[in-house]
Design a binder for this molecule. Sequence first.
Ligand SMILES: [Zn+2]
Ligand SMILES: [Zn+2]
Length: 243
Amino acid sequence: MYKPTVNLGLFFNQTCSLCLQYPQARAGLCHRCLADMPRIAPACRRCALPLEGSDGLICGRCQKRPPPFDRTFAAFAYRFPLSQLIPLIKYHGQTGHLGWLADSLACALQDNTDDLSHEPSQALPQVLIPTPLAPSRLRRRGYNQAALLAGRLGRDLGIPTDLRSLTKPKETAHQMELKGEARRRNLRGAFSWSGPTYDHVALIDDVMTTGTTVSEISRLLKKSGVGRVEIWVLARTPSPGDH
Ligand SMILES: [Zn+2]
Ligand SMILES: [Zn+2]
């Protein structure tokens, strides 16, 4: 049975990482901020979009056209404050926020596992694999926020991180600037895999919007013999068209 031990330490008398006013209650946040964080619930187990009017675990879109990954888990909806924090982390070097955000994702995964502990498919992934940046972009930015996130999450959950097997040899245009088919074309052949045929992995990223990037990577991993591919992200845009 999947039962990760979340090792978050104890933060006595520390103030909330978000409001900087009240004492921390869990994963760096006070009770008030925890309650105010935007979430998608109930969410489709497969794509993490809202389950509207469905009493199953999988949305109609995924039932009709299953995505190439097996499960998506998002800690939060990509709304305020995530829509401000994540650009600060990515483009303005404020990586300090990744700590409590990773802890929040670890806690949310554990809560979800508690709810679903009757499901026999709930095994722990063997490794966490961050979405890679192309070398030129990594040099300019100085860090890959997905790799930092995976490292902290791996420590929280006791899962190793594989930083080598998945690479992005060439730089591509920003996905945000493209739509639909152009997004898919832009990423075709952009990633490269040289890892072992793991049975079960989790791909780690900060945000999932349309899912084009994680779909491209999932197809590559599955083609290379990897079994189960899960997507774990800090935040998911609540509708597939949002940015
Ligand atoms: Zn607070
Ligand atoms: Zn779905």
